[in-house]
Design a binder for this molecule. Structure first.
Ligand SMILES: Cc1cc2nc3c(=O)[nH]c(=O)nc-3n(C[C@H](O)[C@H](O)[C@H](O)COP(=O)(O)O)c2cc1C
Length: 181
């Protein structure tokens, strides 16, 4: 038997909700934003997307520079996710605050986060306003992976909304193998 839930509640029960750190740079100003809205859009060309609310400082940087880097997070970066999701680059330097290191990317102007095990360089090819977010569709131009990193080391985040959205976040690592395809 099923019950109809309030929409928010139903969506919160989705099992897999990854989070990423997205870095950007424009006119010498670097920033990092925590992002849950990430998706694959195309295989050839390889297109991914991130949903960024126009109120975010990162929005302007990505809109103007037409580039971003999706940085995968692991357990070591949990605190950085919190810092980059609760502070704005308008007020603070998040590389300093989260003790992260910006290193040059090979194909785009946005920096890589050195401490991330996997960086995905993207050039914006399209931006699409969808409701209260803008989806920056990015062509993946390069990826960089830390030696020894395996996808199981990646961290998933499931957050619980309660009254104050993101504040009740719970972190999970990926689980066990249950089948083949
Ligand atoms: C786990 C988590 C996921 C988030 N996902 C998104 C997202 O997908 N898109 C977005 O615009 N903001 C998202 N946010 C909110 C931004 O990270 C937050 O508003 C941040 O302070 C904006 O930084 P900025 O102003 O420096 O760009 C998320 C926050 C957290 C904690």
């Amino acid at each position: 038997m099923k019950r109809e839930t309030p929409i928010e509640e139903g969506l919160e029960l989705q099992p897999i909700r990854p989070v990423y750190l997205v870095s950007s740079e424009h006119n010498g100003k670097k920033n990092i934003i925590s992002v849950g809205m990430f998706a694959y859009f195309s295989g050839k060309p390889t297109l991914v997307g991130i949903g960024i609310a126009p109120s975010r400082f990162s929005y302007g940087l990505i809109h103007k520079s037409k580039a971003y880097v999706v940085n995968v997070v692991d357990e070591e970066l949990m605190e950085a996710v919190k810092i980059c999701g609760e502070n704005s680059g308008r007020d603070v330097d998040k590389f300093d605050l989260a003790k992260l290191t910006a290193i040059p990317a090979s194909r785009v102007s946005a920096p890589l986060i050195e401490e991330s095990p996997l960086n995905i360089e993207c050039k914006v090819v399209q931006d699409v306003e969808v409701g209260d977010h803008v989806w920056f569709i990015g062509e993946v131009l390069a990826t960089h992976v830390r030696k020894g990193y395996g996808w199981k080391d990646g961290l998933l985040l499931k957050w619980v909304h309660e009254d104050t959205c993101m504040e009740e976040g719970l972190y999970y690592k990926v689980g066990e193998k249950v089948g083949i395809y």
